[in-house]
Design a protein. Structure first.
Length: 202
Protein backbone atom coordinates (compact mmCIF):
# COMPACT_ATOMS: atom_id res chain seq x y z
CA UNK A 1 0.00 0.00 0.00
CA UNK A 2 1.08 3.57 -0.71
CA UNK A 3 -0.07 7.06 0.21
CA UNK A 4 0.32 9.09 -2.97
CA UNK A 5 3.01 11.26 -1.38
CA UNK A 6 5.84 11.23 -3.92
CA UNK A 7 9.27 10.70 -2.36
CA UNK A 8 11.44 11.26 -5.38
CA UNK A 9 11.39 12.01 -9.09
CA UNK A 10 13.31 9.23 -10.82
CA UNK A 11 14.65 9.30 -14.36
CA UNK A 12 13.98 6.61 -16.92
CA UNK A 13 17.28 5.21 -18.12
CA UNK A 14 15.64 2.99 -20.67
CA UNK A 15 12.92 0.51 -21.49
CA UNK A 16 13.80 -2.78 -23.17
CA UNK A 17 10.91 -4.37 -24.97
CA UNK A 18 10.44 -8.10 -25.28
CA UNK A 19 7.62 -10.03 -26.88
CA UNK A 20 4.56 -8.94 -24.90
CA UNK A 21 6.56 -7.49 -21.99
CA UNK A 22 9.31 -5.00 -21.15
CA UNK A 23 12.04 -4.21 -18.63
CA UNK A 24 12.04 -0.69 -17.20
CA UNK A 25 15.26 0.80 -15.76
CA UNK A 26 15.05 3.86 -13.52
CA UNK A 27 17.81 6.00 -12.03
CA UNK A 28 17.07 7.20 -8.50
CA UNK A 29 18.57 7.35 -5.01
CA UNK A 30 16.04 7.97 -2.25
CA UNK A 31 13.63 5.06 -2.74
CA UNK A 32 16.45 2.55 -3.13
CA UNK A 33 18.32 3.55 0.04
CA UNK A 34 16.87 0.61 1.97
CA UNK A 35 15.34 -1.34 -0.93
CA UNK A 36 15.84 -5.01 -1.61
CA UNK A 37 15.07 -7.17 -4.61
CA UNK A 38 11.40 -8.12 -4.37
CA UNK A 39 10.30 -4.84 -2.76
CA UNK A 40 7.42 -2.85 -4.22
CA UNK A 41 7.90 0.67 -5.56
CA UNK A 42 5.14 2.85 -6.94
CA UNK A 43 6.17 4.20 -10.35
CA UNK A 44 3.80 6.84 -11.75
CA UNK A 45 0.97 5.20 -9.84
CA UNK A 46 1.80 1.61 -10.78
CA UNK A 47 3.08 -0.85 -8.17
CA UNK A 48 6.18 -2.55 -9.58
CA UNK A 49 8.49 -5.18 -8.13
CA UNK A 50 12.21 -4.46 -7.92
CA UNK A 51 14.08 -7.13 -9.90
CA UNK A 52 17.61 -5.72 -9.72
CA UNK A 53 19.32 -2.89 -7.84
CA UNK A 54 22.21 -0.79 -9.11
CA UNK A 55 25.12 0.13 -6.85
CA UNK A 56 25.17 3.55 -8.51
CA UNK A 57 21.51 4.06 -7.64
CA UNK A 58 18.44 2.85 -9.44
CA UNK A 59 16.54 -0.34 -10.13
CA UNK A 60 14.87 -2.40 -12.82
CA UNK A 61 11.32 -3.75 -12.92
CA UNK A 62 9.47 -6.06 -15.28
CA UNK A 63 6.38 -4.82 -17.10
CA UNK A 64 3.88 -7.51 -18.08
CA UNK A 65 1.64 -7.16 -21.09
CA UNK A 66 -1.23 -6.31 -18.73
CA UNK A 67 0.77 -3.40 -17.31
CA UNK A 68 1.69 -2.13 -20.76
CA UNK A 69 -1.95 -2.34 -21.88
CA UNK A 70 -3.52 -0.69 -18.84
CA UNK A 71 -1.01 2.06 -17.97
CA UNK A 72 1.04 4.75 -19.67
CA UNK A 73 4.37 3.20 -18.64
CA UNK A 74 4.95 1.67 -22.06
CA UNK A 75 5.11 5.13 -23.63
CA UNK A 76 7.90 6.36 -21.36
CA UNK A 77 11.12 7.36 -23.07
CA UNK A 78 14.69 7.70 -21.84
CA UNK A 79 15.09 10.79 -19.69
CA UNK A 80 11.44 10.98 -18.65
CA UNK A 81 10.75 11.87 -15.03
CA UNK A 82 8.66 9.43 -12.99
CA UNK A 83 7.07 9.74 -9.56
CA UNK A 84 8.43 7.22 -7.07
CA UNK A 85 7.20 6.10 -3.66
CA UNK A 86 8.16 3.21 -1.40
CA UNK A 87 5.48 1.03 0.16
CA UNK A 88 3.99 2.44 3.38
CA UNK A 89 5.53 1.12 6.59
CA UNK A 90 3.18 -0.11 9.32
CA UNK A 91 4.37 2.72 11.58
CA UNK A 92 4.25 5.38 8.86
CA UNK A 93 1.89 8.31 8.40
CA UNK A 94 -0.90 8.17 5.83
CA UNK A 95 -0.17 11.63 4.48
CA UNK A 96 -2.26 11.32 1.32
CA UNK A 97 -4.89 8.59 1.00
CA UNK A 98 -4.98 4.82 0.55
CA UNK A 99 -3.29 4.05 -2.77
CA UNK A 100 -2.94 0.48 -4.00
CA UNK A 101 -0.74 1.11 -6.99
CA UNK A 102 -3.31 -0.61 -9.21
CA UNK A 103 -3.99 1.71 -12.13
CA UNK A 104 -7.71 1.84 -12.94
CA UNK A 105 -7.37 3.63 -16.25
CA UNK A 106 -5.49 6.22 -18.25
CA UNK A 107 -6.75 9.78 -18.52
CA UNK A 108 -5.75 12.65 -20.78
CA UNK A 109 -4.78 16.12 -19.58
CA UNK A 110 -7.06 18.63 -21.29
CA UNK A 111 -5.92 21.79 -19.51
CA UNK A 112 -2.91 23.04 -17.56
CA UNK A 113 -3.44 26.63 -16.52
CA UNK A 114 -0.89 28.38 -14.29
CA UNK A 115 -2.45 30.79 -11.81
CA UNK A 116 -0.82 33.23 -9.40
CA UNK A 117 -0.46 30.75 -6.53
CA UNK A 118 -1.21 27.35 -8.08
CA UNK A 119 -1.80 25.51 -11.35
CA UNK A 120 -5.18 24.19 -12.49
CA UNK A 121 -5.11 20.78 -14.16
CA UNK A 122 -8.12 19.27 -15.89
CA UNK A 123 -8.19 15.62 -16.89
CA UNK A 124 -10.59 13.65 -19.10
CA UNK A 125 -11.28 10.32 -17.38
CA UNK A 126 -12.42 7.02 -18.91
CA UNK A 127 -16.17 6.52 -18.67
CA UNK A 128 -15.99 3.53 -16.32
CA UNK A 129 -14.20 5.64 -13.68
CA UNK A 130 -16.37 8.75 -13.67
CA UNK A 131 -18.84 7.56 -11.03
CA UNK A 132 -16.00 7.22 -8.51
CA UNK A 133 -14.70 10.76 -9.00
CA UNK A 134 -16.47 13.24 -6.74
CA UNK A 135 -15.89 16.81 -5.61
CA UNK A 136 -13.57 16.95 -2.57
CA UNK A 137 -12.78 13.26 -3.03
CA UNK A 138 -9.31 11.80 -3.52
CA UNK A 139 -7.77 10.62 -6.77
CA UNK A 140 -4.30 9.46 -7.72
CA UNK A 141 -2.76 11.00 -10.84
CA UNK A 142 0.55 9.44 -11.88
CA UNK A 143 1.03 8.27 -8.31
CA UNK A 144 0.26 11.66 -6.75
CA UNK A 145 -2.57 11.96 -4.21
CA UNK A 146 -4.76 14.90 -5.19
CA UNK A 147 -8.10 16.36 -4.12
CA UNK A 148 -10.80 16.78 -6.75
CA UNK A 149 -11.85 20.43 -6.98
CA UNK A 150 -14.62 19.81 -9.49
CA UNK A 151 -16.09 16.80 -11.29
CA UNK A 152 -18.11 17.68 -14.36
CA UNK A 153 -19.14 15.07 -16.92
CA UNK A 154 -16.15 13.29 -18.34
CA UNK A 155 -13.61 15.66 -16.77
CA UNK A 156 -12.34 16.53 -13.34
CA UNK A 157 -10.21 19.39 -12.07
CA UNK A 158 -7.44 19.42 -9.47
CA UNK A 159 -5.26 22.20 -8.13
CA UNK A 160 -1.48 21.79 -8.05
CA UNK A 161 0.24 23.87 -5.38
CA UNK A 162 3.85 25.00 -5.95
CA UNK A 163 5.18 22.16 -3.76
CA UNK A 164 3.37 19.56 -5.86
CA UNK A 165 4.75 21.08 -9.05
CA UNK A 166 8.28 21.09 -7.60
CA UNK A 167 8.20 17.63 -6.01
CA UNK A 168 6.46 15.57 -8.71
CA UNK A 169 6.83 14.86 -12.40
CA UNK A 170 3.50 16.60 -13.05
CA UNK A 171 5.63 19.69 -13.67
CA UNK A 172 6.74 18.03 -16.93
CA UNK A 173 3.21 17.37 -18.17
CA UNK A 174 1.35 19.25 -20.89
CA UNK A 175 -2.13 19.25 -22.36
CA UNK A 176 -2.62 16.07 -24.37
CA UNK A 177 -0.38 13.93 -22.16
CA UNK A 178 -1.73 10.64 -20.80
CA UNK A 179 -1.68 10.05 -17.04
CA UNK A 180 -2.33 6.99 -14.88
CA UNK A 181 -5.44 7.23 -12.70
CA UNK A 182 -6.43 5.31 -9.59
CA UNK A 183 -9.77 6.12 -8.01
CA UNK A 184 -10.57 5.78 -4.31
CA UNK A 185 -10.66 2.06 -3.52
CA UNK A 186 -13.14 2.65 -0.68
CA UNK A 187 -15.70 3.90 -3.20
CA UNK A 188 -15.30 0.70 -5.21
CA UNK A 189 -15.74 -1.48 -2.11
CA UNK A 190 -18.88 0.42 -1.09
CA UNK A 191 -20.35 0.06 -4.57
CA UNK A 192 -19.66 -3.65 -4.56
CA UNK A 193 -21.27 -4.16 -1.15
CA UNK A 194 -24.38 -2.19 -2.15
CA UNK A 195 -24.81 -3.99 -5.45
CA UNK A 196 -28.14 -5.84 -5.48
CA UNK A 197 -27.82 -9.55 -4.89
CA UNK A 198 -29.80 -10.13 -8.09
CA UNK A 199 -26.93 -8.67 -10.13
CA UNK A 200 -24.48 -11.13 -8.58
CA UNK A 201 -26.74 -14.07 -9.46
CA UNK A 202 -27.49 -12.94 -13.00
Amino acid sequence: MFTGIVEEIGTVRGIRRNQGSAVLTIDCHVVTEDARVGDSINVNGCCLTVTTLSEAGGFTADLMGETLDRTSLGSLGSGAGVNLERALRADGRLGGHIVQGHVDGVGTITLLEPREEWTIMQVAAPQHLRRYIVEKGSITVDGTSLTVMEADGDRFTVGLIPHTMAATSLRERAAGDRVNLEVDVIAKYVENMLRPRSEELS
